[in-house]
Design a protein around this ligand. Structure first.
Ligand code: ADP
Length: 476
């Protein structure tokens, strides 16, 4: 397989001005797939300048024309889905089925925002005092800086690029150092779909911090859309404050999965497998803590164990494997440390599957006897580990579920009325009721509390890249 591994600036693929590169490895084998150009700070500022130059023509282009470029991008990505899947598996390590699910979710953002590009509504009203007319319009904010993590190398890029471009913004995308190859491919598909030079640029500074800070300080950069850790999100919010740049933040999660009395346990186990194991657990939406009513705990634990033991762990390139590698040996070691510490503190490794010894694999694991409030329940695990905690009273489950600085998503299983009652009490941007997955390009994705600011997808997503303008007129 050949890979695009240069910087994309002003419509041209080019090496870094320093000539430096970094290796992008296949986490299943450790093999270096490609060497990606490391952008210097000057390269990054060039990308911002190119986006700045491209902005006036792009914002002035008819929405329908912008939409058609996004639609062609959707069509090409659909036609080349196998290529997209192969890239995701190669650099991220996830299982083929996970990559296929990501590829179709990622591609869908171009269709959704092609449709949204032509539907940005303003309003026109008589003022309450009757003296004037109020005209409200929405305009693209300017150059958008898009920073993405490695866990969904395609979807995190498209969830930002599609709405930014649909809104009429130009963009500089900075993917994660672990997974730049998928992002480069997507940017090239946009180029092939007719995106004018400079409208989307891609840079990979490494380390990211200093170059991102310089780009953020550039006066033309008016929006920052970031997906990643809460820790880095806080740094970026501080940096963005000096230029008062609009920030959309999709940060960490610590999703509770609540199984209420009367829940259909088989259904809850199926949902738990999706909520926990999708993407090998490396998702900010991954179920991180299972609160199960005492009356169902044994049945749920055994069901989950049976389902986990049916999974085959191994390289994502082999379609027989359900569970792939974590993105790196460091990530695997982090998960292993968390589990070892929990067991040392009294949790029981009720089930641990087998995983290949070489490569960044961690076996699906079920832990019981976990204490609410322990490190494990306060840390985003980002791996295939399910800690089970039992409860007796529903109020207790709600308060444990809410006892976190995060609030991205929660899962609730139970009789519909009870589950909805709990869903209303959860401090969470999203709640999946009797379902193991909620994400949909047509729905607003985002969290409350320290899980983030703003929403991606849905009707809200495009507004993260639009500024409201109010024009006052004498009453007509
Ligand atoms: P994760 O835990 O998913 O690796 P990070 O928050 O570390 O999340 O990384 C998400 C993205 O943020 C990546 O593209 C990474 O390169 C970038 N990043 C990390 N540190 C900084 C920083 N100080 N400034 C800007 N971007 C950063």
């Amino acid at each position: 397989m050949t890979y695009l591994s240069d910087l994309y600036i002003d419509g041209t693929w080019r090496p870094a001005s320093s000539g430096d590169t970094l290796g992008v490895a296949d986490p299943a084998t450790g093999e270096v797939l490609a060497r990606f150009a490391i952008a210097t700070e000057e390269d990054c500022l060039d990308a911002v300048s190119s986006a700045t130059r491209a902005f006036p023509a792009w914002r002035a282009m008819a929405p329908r024309q912008r939409a058609e470029i996004l639609r062609r991008t959707f069509e090409t990505l659909t036609a080349e889905q196998d290529r997209l899947i192969e890239l995701i598996v190669a650099e991220n390590g996830k299982a083929h089925a996970d990559a296929a699910a990501e590829a179709s979710y990622a591609t869908e953002f171009f269709r959704w925002f092609a449709e949204e590009a032509v539907r940005v509504a303003g309003d026109f009203r008589r003022s309450p005092g009757g003296d004037k007319d109020l005209v409200v319009t929405h305009e693209p904010v300017g150059v958008a800086l898009l920073i993405t993590p490695w866990n969904f190398p395609a979807a995190m890029a498209t969830r930002k690029l599609a709405p930014a471009l649909a809104a009429g913004c130009t963009a500089v995308l900075k993917p994660a150092a672990e997974t730049p190859l998928t992002a480069a491919y997507i940017v090239d598909v946009l180029r092939r779909a007719g995106l004018p030079p400079g409208v989307a640029n891609l840079v990979l500074p490494h380390p990211a911090g200093p170059a991102v800070a310089r780009m953020l300080a550039h006066p033309a950069v008016r929006a920052l859309s970031f997906t990643g850790s809460t820790e880095v999100g806080r740094i970026l919010l501080r940096e963005a404050s000096s230029s008062v740049t609009t920030c959309s933040m999709e940060l960490g999660g610590n999703a509770p999965f609540v199984v209420l009395p009367g829940a259909d346990v088989d259904r809850a186990v199926d949902g738990a497998m999706v909520a926990k194991m999708r993407n090998g657990g490396a998702a900010c939406t991954a179920a991180n803590r299972f609160y199960v009513h005492a009356s169902l705990a044994a049945e749920f634990t055994n069901g989950l164990t049976r389902a986990m033991s049916d999974l085959r762990t191994g390289a994502g390139s082999d379609r027989r494997n359900h569970h792939g590698a974590l993105v790196s040996a460091e990530e695997r070691d982090k998960v292993a440390r968390l589990v070892d510490e929990a067991v040392a503190a009294g949790a029981v490794a009720h089930f641990r599957a087998v995983a290949p010894d070489s490569g960044a694999f961690y076996p699906p694991t079920v832990l019981t006897g976990v204490q609410h409030g322990s490190t494990l329940t306060r840390t985003e695990i980002f791996g295939p580990v399910a800690p089970i905690i039992t409860f007796d009273e529903v109020d207790e489950a709600v308060s444990m579920a809410n006892d976190t600085e995060h609030g991205l998503i929660a899962y609730v299983y139970g009789p519909l009325e009870d589950a909805l009652g709990v869903a209303r009490q959860l401090d969470s941007g999203m709640v999946a009721v009797n379902r193991g997955v909620a994400s949909d390009p047509a729905a607003p994705f985002g969290g409350v509390k320290q899980s983030g600011i703003g929403r991606e997808g849905g009707f809200d997503g495009i507004h993260e890249f639009l500024e409201t303008k109010y024009i006052a007129l004498d009453a007509l």
